[in-house]
Design a protein around this ligand. Structure first.
Ligand code: NA7
Length: 551
């Protein structure tokens, strides 16, 4: 790190801190990126808005918050020692344990000394001449760095309530995305808006504690059982004994999860009996594997309906009141085209007398009131109002930073009609800026840890190769970017995904362009593409020296 003095006459000299690389965000992505770059001898620094590491698992502390991928699969592979020393206690780790894991990594690799906490990056501007990024924080710091890595997370920009009268409520207001530590809902009357993963996990956990629970549902979600339980020691033993093989399987798979057991046969070619047996087997196993029994359920409406009908039957079998069961069954989009929820007894809570489901399609919200909420039918009163309304996914966190590339081009403007990226890693016009799990990469359609590791390794290799060749500016070409965006859209259109109003498409944020953001081609295929690009001298990129350095 070194300091230089600003030169503007008449102004207090501005202090500029210099790094080789700035990383925005200290979630799993930012932590591993820091570790990796430091290992290469780079002077890298992380800026993090929160007061500690953990990202998603730092902020989302709502009751029942839990990962939806089996613990040993949702963990880093880059360090064998780390993998061998860490012990998960549950099949699906709860938020607290995931945060412990993040803290353990920060301690073990001594990361905190290169992280500034409670510091939000407000702007990042690229300077054409020097080829450096100038980054400003809300703490008044100015930083110059060759590389800027956005490890800002895909589900980190929480939506602000887009509901009439949102500020009216005089009772306790909570958001699942910024849940405080000191809240006790025991014996309270609670209203909750939103039935995505956060809502479903919260509802399931608080239903037995609260006096009354009013669930305001706009769109029912498909949810499958986790069958969570203490982690069987044999699972850990098996994982560690076959570690290399499992890790390889993850890297070559569709979504980075071995337990998915992605079916390769076609549902429509099976007998009814065989299909039901397979559906039942997966339901008994639990988790995302329920959603991947056959190769055609994600692309063929008739195959999809077979699975959707099976899950609808399960919901009817669990929920005793037929009308409530019917309201909980999704009917407006194909199975799996909104993020599947993995639950721990969700549908069962509707058999409790204190849990009330309100269908906002039948009776829309008119306004939040001082004491609760008014629908077109009646007033509801409660002590606590919980918003579980989701995120401005994938682009939101980047949009909230004033990012300007070559010639002052604003990223937000460039992305006005939807995100444009090359490989979901880089953006043409924004040299030396990388995104970890950005739009246009498998990202949220995959095990994030697997995708984070792949991106971090690729970025680190790229920076290393640039150094070897004494080059300082790497930038995606507009042609490569346009081709990649077209490819991402083209393959998304071969699936049923575009048929749902999901956050994958930005449909949950009013005014956001409807563009399918993640890459559906699979993490294995995607990895091959990225490796090939690098092996071919960074095909689709221009590599150069900044004008100020060119001799
Ligand atoms: P989600 O999955 O986006 O869920 C948000 C929920 O909130 C969803 O049911 C929305 O209904 C509902 N919502 C949002 N805005 C409103 C308004 N204005 N009125 C009523 N209901 C509303 O976010 P989560 O935090 O649960 O999960 C995000 C991801 O985190 C999850 O997929 C996992 O990957 C982990 P809608 O469906 O839009 O009609």
């Amino acid at each position: 790190m070194s300091d230089s003095k600003g030169t503007d006459a008449g102004k207090a000299p501005a202090k500029t801190t210099k790094y080789d690389a700035v990383i925005v965000g200290a979630g799993f992505a930012g932590m591993y990126m820091l570790h990796k770059l430091r290992g290469m001898g780079l002077n890298a620094h992380v800026f993090e808005a929160g007061s500690d590491v953990g990202g998603t698992w730092f902020w989302n502390r709502y009751p029942g918050a839990r990962v939806d991928i089996e613990s040993q699969e949702y963990s880093f592979s880059f360090s064998k020692d780390l993998e061998e020393e860490w012990q998960w206690t549950e099949r699906y780790a709860p938020q607290g344990e995931l945060l412990d894991y993040a803290n353990h990594i920060a301690d073990r690799f001594d990361l905190r000394r290169d992280i500034s906490f409670n510091t939000r990056v407000e702007s990042a501007r690229y300077d054409d001449q020097s080829g450096l990024w100038r980054i400003m924080t809300d703490q008044g710091e100015t930083i110059e760095a060759r590389y800027c890595v956005m490890a800002t997370g895909c589900l980190s920009a929480a939506k602000t309530p887009d509901i009439p009268g949102a500020g009216n409520f005089k009772g306790e207001t909570l958001s699942t995305a910024t849940w405080p530590d000191d809240t006790d809902l025991t014996g309270k009357r609670v209203g909750i808006i939103g039935t995505g993963s956060s809502g479903i996990q919260t509802i399931t956990t608080i239903a037995p504690q609260v006096e009354e629970l009013y669930v305001f549902q706009r769109t029912p979600n498909y949810s499958v059982p986790a069958h969570n339980r203490p982690l069987d020691p044999s699972v850990r033993e098996d994982w560690l004994a076959n570690r290399e093989d499992y890790r390889q399987q993850q890297r070559e798979s569709g979504i980075g999860i071995v337990a998915l057991e992605a079916g390769e046969d076609l549902a429509l070619e099976q007998s009814e009996e065989d299909r039901q047996r397979e559906f039942e087997r997966r339901w008994a196993k639990g988790g995302f594997c329920v959603g991947a029994p056959y190769a055609d359920t994600g692309v063929d409406p008739a195959a999809n309906k077979l699975l959707a009908d099976f899950v609808a039957g399960k919901i009817r079998g669990i929920v005793k009141d037929p009308h409530t069961a019917d309201l909980l069954i999704p009917k407006t989009y194909p199975f799996g085209t909104k993020r599947l929820v993995v639950d721990t007894g969700y549908f069962e809570v509707y058999n409790q007398d204190n849990v009330h489901l309100i269908d906002l399609n039948e009776t829309p919200i008119e306004t939040i009131t001082e004491t609760g909420l008014r629908t077109s039918e009646r007033d509801y009163e409660f002590d606590t109002l919980i918003y579980a309304i989701g995120f401005d996914a994938m682009t939101g966190a980047l949009d909230r930073i004033d990012i300007r590339g070559r010639d002052g081009l604003k990223l937000k403007d460039k992305w006005a009609a939807g995100p444009l990226t090359y490989l979901g890693l880089t953006v043409s016009g924004f040299p030396n800026m990388f995104m970890i799990t950005g739009p246009g990469s498998p990202s949220v359609l995959s095990n994030m840890i697997v995708s984070i590791e792949q991106h971090v390794d690729w970025i680190a290799d790229c920076i290393h190769d640039m150094g070897e060749r004494q080059l300082t500016v790497v930038e995606a070409t507009p042609e490569a970017e346009a081709e990649w965006v077209a490819h991402v859209n083209e393959i998304a259109d071969t699936t049923l995904y575009p048929q749902a109003n999901s956050w994958y498409l930005g449909a949950n944020v009013p005014g956001k362009p409807r563009v399918f953001m993640p890459y559906v081609g699979g993490v294995g295929v995607y990895r091959e593409v990225c490796d090939e690009v690098a092996a071919n001298g960074y095909k689709g990129f221009t590599l150069s020296r900044a004008p100020a350095e060119a001799s």
